[in-house]
Design a binder for this molecule. Structure first.
Ligand SMILES: Cc1cc2nc3c(=O)[nH]c(=O)nc-3n(C[C@H](O)[C@H](O)[C@H](O)COP(=O)(O)O)c2cc1C
Length: 178
């Protein structure tokens, strides 16, 4: 099983810690996991040209912007499951992750039927963050596998939350078993 795990935090913080733990469990269970740290990648803003829509439902990831998404598109098409991790910013997903999702315009009809799971972290209130991810799954007709959401502020906070690793392991099992 091929899994692409995307982290939408601009820092090495709680989202990244949770995603790393989840990916470790997914790998232990035999999945081929690739983790994308958007903070280290060149993913430019969607320009809104809609050139990517030319291939219709069979579009292959043709985007006029030649950046790191060129490599990501075939991986998303080949994946069985995608995991999205994000900090809650203004009680929504982060700008980094939102831009990544906008850029999936070049492949989104090809994501139908794949599994999607979400991780979110905010200091006081998750707000719409998990709902944003669920809504993306609905739009793409992906299968929602569930989520883990926590409250944490500073980068090392998540690692101190009792029981969190077990919640992540349970989500990993769900992603694998479908
Ligand atoms: C621009 C910005 C907006 C934020 N908005 C919220 C918010 O609306 N609600 C909240 O509880 N925390 C908010 N936070 C706090 C972060 O969600 C929190 O620090 C989280 O742990 C960051 O995740 P990370 O460690 O994965 O980067 C915000 C932080 C930043 C930098």
């Amino acid at each position: 099983m091929k899994i692409v795990a995307v982290c939408g935090s601009p820092r090495k913080g709680n989202s990244e810690w949770m995603l790393t733990k989840l990916c470790e469990e997914l790998s232990r269970r035999g999945a081929e996991v690739e983790m994308l740290l958007l903070r280290k990648m060149d993913v430019q803003m969607c320009r809104g040209c809609l050139t990517c829509e030319k291939g219709g439902k069979k579009r292959k990831g043709d985007c006029v912007i030649k950046d790191d998404m060129l490599d990501v598109y075939p991986r998303l098409i080949a994946a069985d499951a995608i995991v999205l991790a994000t900090p809650g910013y203004m009680e929504m997903l982060s700008g980094l992750l939102k831009n990544f999702l906008d850029r999936t315009c070049a492949v989104w009809p090809r994501l139908e039927g794949k599994r999607l799971a979400g991780l979110a972290v905010a200091e006081e209130g998750i707000g719409q963050t998990i709902m944003n991810l669920k809504w993306y799954a609905k739009l793409c007709q992906m299968r929602w596998m569930g989520s883990v959401a926590i409250l944490a502020k500073n980068p090392a906070d998540a690692a101190r939350i009792p029981g969190l690793e077990n919640r992540l392991k349970r989500l990993a099992r769900k992603i694998i078993s479908g």
